[in-house]
Design a binder for this molecule. Sequence first.
Ligand SMILES: Nc1ncnc2c1ncn2[C@@H]1O[C@H](COP(=O)(O)OP(=O)(O)OP(=O)(O)O)[C@@H](O)[C@H]1O
Length: 354
Amino acid sequence: MGNGQLLAFYITVCCIAFIISKLIMAVLLYRRWQRKHKVFQDSMSGGKMVMFRSPTMQYLTSDVFLKKTMRLTNKDIIGSGGYGTVYRLTINESISFAVKRLNRGSADRDRGFERELEAMGDIKHRNIVTLHGYYTAPQYNLLIYDLMPNGSLDALLHGKSNDRKSLDWPSRYKIAVGAARGISYLHHDCIPHIIHRDIKSSNILLDRNMEARISDFGLATLMEPDKTHVSTFVAGTFGYLAPEYFDTGRATAKGDVYSFGVVLLELLTGKRPMDEAFIEEGTKLVTWVKAVVDLEREEHAIDSNLGCCPLDEVKNVFNIALMCLESDPSKRPTMDEVLKMLEQIQSDKLVQDS
Ligand SMILES: Nc1ncnc2c1ncn2[C@@H]1O[C@H](COP(=O)(O)OP(=O)(O)OP(=O)(O)O)[C@@H](O)[C@H]1O
């Protein structure tokens, strides 16, 4: 064999080895994906259901799940928001889910949409609502979440009288810390880092132990909100949006910190950020609280439903909220600094009590 032929032989062998190694990698990746997901293709509706494997889902088959999902009716509705309607899906006495039906169809959705959902399904944290799977069909999409039996913080603080619960100080403090931990996880521990873009009290849900769980993360980037959703500007909700957002339209982690500051004020004052009384007086919750704290009159701003509470702890939380609400984003703390400051309040208390 001449030198030229030998070279051609080696090149051919290398090319074949390269192609085979790529094929093996593709098969392994596909096997790994299959281990993580159960997929069910429904020929009737033309849709595809993907369920992420988890301890909760392991005893459920996707066809049973799909049948139950298809039978959801108006009486199963829990509520609705800018992205769609949320239903309660009861599998049996002990297992229920929240199914969010997204308003717009999937005709304009591609693999990018599914990849985003799969990334959302990988996020497991005790302060984040778990996404268990999704269903995508030409007419609509469904997202399957953990059902949060105690509803949203918004409903607990400001809802109709039967939804409202009087939350004492320890419960409010625990919700603040839990929500801060969830957001901090999205900002600092997820790779790539995630900006929520719509932190507000209705996106903080409460599990059976009244532990806060952040919901709707990723939705703002996943889809444009429904045009009929009056509270939404580009992404986010009036009353919670950081001032710089109106100039730049750019969502940032510091924008989430600002929105979290507004949630802290809701917990402290029991008032909505766009309370009608404020609008009548041409002010808003943030401006009003800043004025009250400047005058060192925090006790006048505290929610009257809070009852007896430790004033030093409450004042500390007011101060943390105001740091989050700095107009200059660079002066706001990061979310893990906010979490540390909130946790410090509890540590100081334990030291005092011992
Ligand atoms: N996983 C869940 N468990 C229990 N209730 C939920 C769950 N997800 C949403 N809900 C409830 O369903 C209702 C609608 O929620 P949704 O997230 O669609 O809208 P929203 O947060 O109120 O508004 P927006 O769409 O502007 O974020 C809310 O009352 C919320 O408390």
